[in-house]
Design a protein around this ligand. Structure first.
Ligand SMILES: Nc1ncnc2c1ncn2[C@@H]1O[C@H](COP(=O)(O)OP(=O)(O)O)[C@@H](O)[C@H]1O
Ligand SMILES: [Mg+2]
Length: 262
């Protein structure tokens, strides 16, 4: 199990999103999102492409500026005009579909560069922590290799280790397994499950319904910039109430099914 540090100022953070609006020009992508993630809770965010899932995650760590609404992370207002963005982002780990590792750096260097630059850790302290995180994701023997020498799944595990070296209070995952070869997906999901069981707060955009059903406390279905349905994972996935959720899940769970009424 990947344990969340018990140090109280590293305790998992909750997220509160209140009336969030975001537009790109005329295109209103988030149309008033209200959502909560309790400390230590795992919420899976599902929905069709273009429904605003990535934009929502990017607003939480302020890679995007919302037009309206409030977000708090660990009780601190992320949308406050005077927020210390660097300090806030240090506490939020993000894992992307494309792992975004530095191609010219070893795995170890990928995992030490931010702690050294941002947290001002010594080389030896940063390397010790990085090796511990690489070990947690089962890749300590790959520490000296470069990204191109690893499979996609291995690179994604390093990307998770890299995020964990910052000791985040919240982890955001944006389709972390969508770009992977099918045989490497399970290893990445297993690490995410361990992280969840260790008490990390996680907001995960994913199409992996098996993972969502097993690991998520709640599932939130978004469609065209709105939350359409949310509830306990098993309930939303197995007994969706809203027609749009039913339609989406039918497509995701039976991708080869041809609906003759379409
Ligand atoms: N940087 C951007 N500039 C303009 N439009 C964007 C930008 N990012 C996303 N969009 C638009 O916002 C909508 C939602 O995108 P996104 O949040 O990526 O959805 P999802 O992650 O659910 O597929 C899409 O119509 C997309 O084209
Ligand atoms: Mg997306």
């Amino acid at each position: 199990m990947i344990e969340t540090p018990q140090n109280p100022d590293r305790a998992p953070a909750g997220v509160v999103i209140d009336g969030l609006h975001k537009a790109y020009g005329e295109n209103e992508v988030l149309k008033g999102i209200d959502m909560r993630v309790e400390p230590g809770e795992v919420v899976c965010l599902i929905g069709a492409s273009g429904s605003g899932k990535s934009t929502l995650l990017r607003c939480v760590n302020r890679l995007e500026d919302p037009n309206r609404g409030m977000i708090t992370v660990g009780g601190h207002e992320a949308t406050h005009p005077d927020v210390n963005l660097d300090a806030m982002r240090r506490e939020i780990g993000m894992v992307f579909q494309q792992f975004n590792l530095f191609p010219h750096l070893s795995m170890l260097e990928n995992c030490t560069i931010t702690p050294r630059r941002v947290l001002k850790q010594s080389r030896s302290a940063a390397e010790q922590e990085a090796m511990a995180q690489l070990k947690r994701v089962g890749l300590e023997e790959f520490a000296q290799r470069r990204p191109e020498q690893l499979s996609g799944g291995q690179q994604q595990r390093v990307a998770i280790a890299r995020a964990l070296t910052m000791r985040p209070k919240l982890m955001l995952f944006d389709e972390p397994t969508s770009a992977l070869d099918p045989e490497t997906v399970g290893d990445v999901l297993a690490i995410m499950r361990d992280l969840a069981q260790g008490g990390m707060t996680m907001l995960v955009v994913t199409h992996e319904m098996g993972f969502a059903r097993e690991v998520a406390d709640r599932v939130v279905f978004m469609d065209r910039g709105r939350v359409v349905e949310e509830g306990p994972a098993a309930q939303v996935i197995s007994e969706p109430q809203q027609p749009r959720t039913q339609d989406f899940l039918r497509r995701v769970l039976n991708p080869t099914h041809v609906d003759l009424e379409d």
